[in-house]
Write a protein that binds this ligand. Structure first.
Ligand code: G3I
Length: 460
């Protein structure tokens, strides 16, 4: 068109043409600086959250292009977590005058407040990371805790969690209550011992207590145990974690899920076997009635060990797992831009683990996630209204259960809460479960279309 005008010397015709184009281009420009309406989150099925860690060097910082950073967050994500702002190292960065009599005014909450306001204004879910972590304690804590009795250790921890969870009540929807409590030793895993909380004579009682304190302060918040190297069974840490959370569930400790950090190396830690392992782990936790969320995903590229194309494929496969597994409700990246990532300072010769480059341009990994989310929307799902009510219901008149489902069910497997299979029911049409003893069970419902869902039931 432009060339045609030039050839004919009719430059006058270019003006209306350009004006017409401007009308088309302006909204696109507006969208790109205010938040892309077609960002990742717009392709999510309901009930799923995609998110990022927020780095406060860039967030809310005009001198570091904070507006661009925030616009991407608003466009792409419906859940965020602070990379560092909610850690004890930030909240208690200044030593309180009397650490055993903590007051709300001892807590440095300015960055917490900013994130609460940002998430409330933009309808973004906020997750809290974390109350208790052995690593990076405030500079004063190790030496102070060394002087405490066990009772004082519990008292400090209870006051801290109660104050922070209470302050954030209703605003922070989920918390990593305890982070990385299991030792790295792959052969004989155990609770970590070299920590500020090693005064606790029973690490498990201490962990349980943290969950009880958090639950008491905000009964509606979802509570997670979060760790790395638990994603695959090759690490013995996974067995230890599974036994630990199963035991917590059995004893009624208020735990809602497990967070898999998923700091992977592209091309090295990711192959079909790893993806399969992730699926199996999510199913095992589902049988316990627990969520299994991906909380700190990144896929670092080390040397020439991988490429952005290979990395994109890995992101795509992990996104599919997140979409497939009903107990995996959130997938959070540990940051979104390579401009701000912990990777290069922690791993020599590694970088580029995220989905936007240093200049805030989307990488192939971004497109891969987007494509996977988009294609999931294209899949024809069973009738939504009926599916919303699908599940197993008690039938008091016959002391059994009945199944309501619009989709055809292939098989129902009943497990006890220790994960032991009790019975398998095929072709479920009428009631089932008449012979179950009283107590709680987990049922796995397998549909003919390949979908699987889990539900906890109580036989009275
Ligand atoms: O706040 C100080 C600042 O005052 C000082 O000027 C600056 C100089 O280096 O340091 C700042 O502290 C840094 C802090 O991040 C905030 O930026 C620390 O040195 C730095 O070590 C700290 O690293 C964080 C690390 O956790 C320890 O808290 C990383 O950003 C963060 O990505 C990393 O996150 C962890 C998760 O919490 C748990 N899972 C693993 C993950 C990666 O290690």
């Amino acid at each position: 068109m432009l060339l045609a005008c030039k050839d004919q010397g009719e430059f006058i015709y270019i003006i209306p043409y350009l004006m017409k184009k401007l009308v088309l281009i302006l909204p696109l420009f507006f969208i790109s600086i205010t938040g892309d309406a077609q960002g990742l989150k717009s392709f999510l099925p309901s009930g799923k959250y995609i998110g990022t860690a927020i780095n406060d060097t860039y967030f809310d910082n005009p001198s570091a292009n904070g507006a661009d950073y925030e616009n991407i967050v608003k466009a792409d994500f419906n859940v965020v977590v602070a990379e560092n702002a909610f850690k004890m190292s930030t909240i208690l960065a200044t030593k309180p005058s009397d650490p055993l009599n903590l007051k709300l005014s001892d807590l440095n909450l300015s960055k917490v407040d900013k994130l609460i306001t940002f998430t409330q204004n933009n309808n973004i879910r906020l997750r809290g990371h974390n109350f208790v972590w052995y690593s990076y304690p405030p500079y004063w804590l190790n030496s102070e805790a060394a002087k405490w009795s066990e009772v004082q250790l519990y008292s400090f921890t209870k006051q801290y969690i109660t104050l922070l969870a209470g302050y954030c009540k209703g605003k922070v929807k989920e918390w990593d209550v305890v982070n990385e409590a299991i030792d790295d030793d792959a052969t004989t895993p155990a609770y970590r011992s070299i920590t500020w909380y090693s005064k606790a004579s029973s690490a498990q009682t201490f962990i349980d207590s943290c969950f009880y304190y958090a639950h008491a302060a905000d009964p509606d918040a979802e509570l997670f145990y979060n760790d790395y190297s638990i994603e695959i069974s090759y690490f013995k840490k996974q067995d230890f974690m599974l036994a630990m959370v199963q035991d917590m569930v059995n004893r009624g400790v208020p735990i809602n899920g497990v967070g898999l950090q998923c700091h992977f190396e592209s091309g090295a830690n990711t192959n079909d076997w790893v993806y399969n392992e992730l699926r199996i782990l999510m199913d095992k936790l589902a049988v316990m009635g627990l969520k299994c969320n991906i909380t700190e995903l990144d896929l670092r590229i080390c040397g020439s060990g991988s490429s952005s194309v290979e990395q994109a494929d890995e992101y795509k496969k992990i996104t599919k797992i997140f979409l497939d597994k009903s107990n995996c409700t959130s997938m959070l990246l540990w940051g979104f831009t390579d401009k701000s990532s912990w990777i290069p300072s922690f791993f020599s010769n590694c970088d580029d683990g995220l989905i936007y480059d240093d200049a805030y341009q989307p990488k192939p990994a971004y497109t891969a996630i987007k494509d996977e989310l988009e294609s999931s929307n294209a899949v024809e799902l069973p009738d939504n209204a009926a599916e919303a009510n699908a599940g197993v219901y008690p039938n008091p008149s016959s002391q059994s259960f009945f199944l309501r489902s619009s989709a055809d069910v292939k098989q129902i497997t009943i497990f006890n809460l220790q994960g032991k299979e009790i019975s398998v029911v095929e072709n479920v049409k009428e009631g089932f479960g008449e012979n179950l003893a009283e107590g709680f069970y987990m049922v796995k419902i397998q549909y003919f279309n390949g979908d699987i869902s889990f539900q906890k039931i109580e036989k009275m």
